[in-house]
Design a protein around this ligand. Sequence first.
Ligand SMILES: Cc1ncc(COP(=O)(O)O)c(C=O)c1O
Length: 331
Amino acid sequence: MKGQKASAVFITSPTYHGICSNLSEISELCHSHGIPLIVDEAHGAHFGFHAQLPNSALQQGADLAIQSTHKVLCSLTQSSMLHMSGNLVDRERICKCLQMLQSTSPSYLLLASLDAARAQLGENPRTIFNEAIEMAIGARDQIGRIPGISILDFRSFSAFPVIDPLRVTIGTWKLGLSGFEADDMLFREYQIMSELVGTHSITFAINLGTRKEHVQKLVLGMKHLSNALLPMGIEEDRVQVCHCAPFDDVNISLNPREAFFASKRRMAISNCLGQISGELICPYPPGIPVLIPGEVITRRSLDYLLQVQREGAVISGASDPLLSTLIVCNV
Ligand SMILES: Cc1ncc(COP(=O)(O)O)c(C=O)c1O
């Protein structure tokens, strides 16, 4: 609000696709105003452990960084780390907040796995990612040369100059395929498991468990898709559709508490225009809610939801996953 100082700046970097913000500049700007920078670095626990990996959030001046150690490093699922630096953030306050949120019965399995992940990195901190990075560069190079396939790289984003080399995002729209369709074919015919599927792309994570034969299989699978589909030509309308989530015309009619306690009813989706959503509906990817409880349902949000559902996105949160009906608030 005007005249009020922000308590903190919160940024997600890298994104799930590995795109990184310029945290050095952002932290400098924050600190010049005495504001702490908090970074969701869930996908970046390996940053700073190789010359070709981006620097970590803490190395770039962040005050707090939260890493899902289990995502890229080798600890057990659910184990994460909260890192702190500098003295802008009060450590005792952080401990108190954690006490409020955490169980009083920590899992020693998870803690031991975090320690093992730390030890694994500590043994070869400069070289442990050598092989993975070499394989990822090779994969990008080979896949990027396959006709009809594109690779996401930092040249696509002038404002985001760094990308995690271990995330390889492959565009399949020039083959007339949605990411969901391509992913399905790769899994059925080559048993290739992706990390993340989108409307236009598939993202693969190359890491400490990846072997050369996995990369060869991926390259082979992509060549197969290209050979099979490119000669069939591309349907123009499939290439040009822009699947932008309708986030810029949000109209909230009830606050979260009012919406939570409001009585609700189920309605056919065709009648929901202008009603107030009673549920949180979040296609994945991108994993950002399109409707939250209390939000007025617009034509754009309905069209978007139905479109991504047709293309195979998982619609999480919807009580009717087929989206024939929605829950709306009675007001
Ligand atoms: C950007 C981002 N932040 C946070 C999380 C949550 O992490 P965790 O599953 O370790 O709770 C995720 C999960 O995928 C994520 O993608």
